[in-house]
Design a protein around this ligand. Structure first.
Ligand code: NAP
Length: 300
């Protein structure tokens, strides 16, 4: 017999952990499913300084505190990948790579996965010079020269982090319009060992066993730049493939929810970076989760 829960939370990032905290305190029979490490994408964030109430911390430390906060509730946690969610008349079946759970409510807090550039050499040099995580791999490039690609908050924040370790950071972006907050753009411009180059794209990653150089195209001119490492920060794609048959995703794959965070499938909720919300912050993910969880608790 599959375990039956009141609610299954999918994803243990800030949204999923916040939901677990509120369900735990309300003594709801809840389970948590996480594909990799608890903490989600936030553990790859070097510095968090815009989470209200916390002066400055690392993403990993923030995630650790969130995890410690739910420890006392002893919530059953399954470390496996959710493959599909099926809605029966009045309950859900959550099919994972290792087991099936049943639940009255499902809350998806699955966040996003890295978008890739899809240029020659990217897959070949993955983890051999190419990384999506400065906090994980930055140390490998101490006193070396790295390239960062992207124009959003992640690219700018992680360039500032890498500039403290590396001899030089070249930050390229395909236009001169940055999505990064202006305070970050200013900081980057004022950091002597970061060179910010607009209107530039990578056309190939080159090397033999490891990444040795990249071909950069600026306007119509192409040149080779020697680099020891490259960090790609060009946004994220929603981690929602397991919901594709429920007709709750928009064209880009984000979960469409109403003002109460419920999808058009009764009992299926979405919160955090995986929903069709324009603002993707730790604080908004936590806020979504707290609202949705309390709405579900009332229904239970
Ligand atoms: P993002 O804001 O979606 O920015 C992605 C960047 O990559 C954009 O500059 C985009 O350029 C560029 N890009 C996309 N596809 C590309 C391609 N194929 N080739 C070259 N460049 C490409 O992603 P993010 O910086 O990872 O942030 C994701 C979300 O998390 C955002 O909502 C962000 O605000 C949030 N976040 C917040 C913080 C913070 O508040 N401290 C920190 C990190 C992330 P275009 O602009 O030209 O499309």
């Amino acid at each position: 017999m599959n375990p039956m829960y009141d609610c299954v939370i999918i994803g243990a990032g800030p949204a999923g952990l916040s939901s677990a905290l509120y369900f735990g305190r309300a003594k709801v029979n809840v389970a948590l499913i996480e594909k990799s490490a608890p903490g989600g994408k936030v553990i790859t964030t070097s510095v968090v300084e815009n989470y209200p109430g916390v002066l400055k911390t690392t993403g990993a430390d923030l995630a650790l505190v969130m995890l410690q906060q739910i420890k006392e509730f002893k919530i059953p946690t399954y470390y496996t990948e959710v493959l599909e969610v099926i809605k029966n008349d009045d309950y859900f079946i959550v099919k994972t790579a290792s087991e099936e759970l049943t639940a009255k409510f499902v809350l998806s807090a699955t966040g996003t996965i890295n978008r890739t550039l899809n240029v020659p050499g990217e897959m070949k040099f993955m983890s051999r010079g190419i990384s999506y995580c400065a906090i994980c791999d930055g140390k490998l490039y101490e006193n070396k020269e790295v390239l960062v690609i992207g124009g959003g908050n992640s690219a700018f924040e992680e360039s500032l982090y890498l500039a403290k370790l590396c001899k030089k950071v070249t930050l390229i972006h395909r236009t001169d319009q940055y999505r990064a907050q202006s305070i970050l753009v200013e900081k980057v411009k004022n950091t002597p060992n970061i060179e910010l180059i607009p209107h530039t794209t990578v056309t190939s990653f080159n090397g033999t066993n490891r990444l040795e150089s990249v071909n950069l195209k600026t306007n119509e001119e192409t040149r080779e730049l020697k680099v020891d490492g490259a960090f790609i920060y060009i946004g994220y794609l929603p981690a929602t493939a397991f919901l594709k048959d429920l007709n709750v995703l928009n064209e880009a794959g984000f979960i469409e929810v109403d003002g109460n965070y419920q999808t058009k499938v009764e009992g299926l909720y979405g919160v955090g970076d995986c929903i069709n919300h324009p603002v993707k912050q730790i604080a908004t993910a936590v806020g979504d989760a707290v609202c949705a969880t309390n709405i579900i608790i009332k229904k239970l």
